[in-house]
Design a protein around this ligand. Structure first.
Ligand SMILES: [Zn+2]
Ligand SMILES: [Zn+2]
Length: 306
């Protein structure tokens, strides 16, 4: 029993570590952690309707014939599971102000995938025994993350466009259903060789998702105000670079902000601590301009001395 519990803990560890990361990285921005936690809980809860739907439709991976496996893989299991994970993001974060930047689409999609997959991992380990834990951690867990990242990308894009929002999300959803279905089919066709056939599939997906993350990170829905941390102008409540001296919107003379003044990421407007090296939300570097400034000051000092 103790051994089983320790394997179940191993199976849920990726989800716990992800939440822990968010809790620590966003301790000065409670709302942000709350959104991630909400999506995680919704996705974990949605494993119940997913299991019920799959039971009613008799959607198990192994089938008598290839045709039956094709149908259950692509038309039942993949769309049902991706739908419920997407729904967790849709109701937990999509319409909220805390969806700040396109990259949040992938962050929330991965959160939903983890909430979903750790419950699945726990159930599989309890039902099939501890030996299943490694294939769950090495294949099913990254698989769920990568499938969801595809519609997460389209949600991140859709959140900031004015028209065609739903069709953008649907396109991403269909891509993830395609990959998820293929994954299931490979397991169904030859379970013994699944580890060999799934590895290249996951690697290809991984490369695609890295590319999508890079693309999303380059998109910002906010006007560019330079890469220094931002503060709120006390006069007009617009964002202003902390070192600018005057508000770019209303021209108000800004006094040098004290350490307690709220700072925001120049890229995604997430509240960050003044000494943060990287935004915990959009992962952009926050030190570039202040380092450059220090260098400039140092150089200016040298010139004066010379
Ligand atoms: Zn102002
Ligand atoms: Zn940011």
């Amino acid at each position: 029993m103790v051994i089983e519990i320790s394997y179940v803990l191993l199976g849920v560890a990726p989800g716990i570590l992800w939440l822990l990361y968010f809790f620590i990285a966003n301790r000065n921005e409670e709302e942000s952690f709350a959104s991630v936690f909400r999506v995680f809980c919704w996705a974990a809860t949605f494993t119940i309707p997913t299991a019920i739907a799959e039971r009613i439709l008799n959607a198990t991976i192994q089938k008598e014939s290839i045709q039956d496996s094709l149908i259950t893989s692509f038309l039942l299991i993949a769309p049902i599971e991706e739908f419920f994970k997407l729904l967790a993001v849709w109701i937990g974060a999509y319409r909220r102000s805390d969806f700040r930047a396109p990259i949040d689409g992938i962050t929330y999609a991965i959160t939903a995938a983890l909430g979903f997959v750790v419950v699945e991992n726990a159930l599989y380990i309890l039902r099939l025994g501890p030996s299943i834990v490694w294939s769950r951690l090495l294949y099913a867990t990254p698989g769920h993350l990568l499938f969801s990242a595809l519609w997460g990308y389209s949600m991140g894009m859709a959140r900031f466009v004015r028209v065609g929002e739903i069709s953008v999300v649907i396109k991403g959803f269909l891509c993830s259903v395609g990959f998820h279905g293929l994954y299931n089919l490979l397991v169904a066709v030859s379970p013994g060789k699944a580890k060999i056939t799934l590895t290249p599939l996951l690697l290809v997906l991984f490369v695609i998702v890295i590319f999508l993350v890079k693309k999303l990170r380059s998109v910002s829905p906010y006007p560019f105000l330079g890469d220094a941390l931002l503060i709120i102008c006390p006069e007009c409540e617009a964002y202003a670079p902390e070192a600018s001296g005057t508000c770019p919107r209303c021209g108000f003379a800004l006094s040098k902000p004290d350490p307690d003044t709220a700072r925001f990421c120049w890229k995604c407007r997430h509240k960050v601590s003044p000494d943060a090296m990287r935004c915990p939300r959009c992962y952009v570097s926050l030190k570039k301009s202040s380092l450059a400034q220090d260098e400039a000051t140092a150089l200016a000092g040298l010139h004066v001395k010379a």
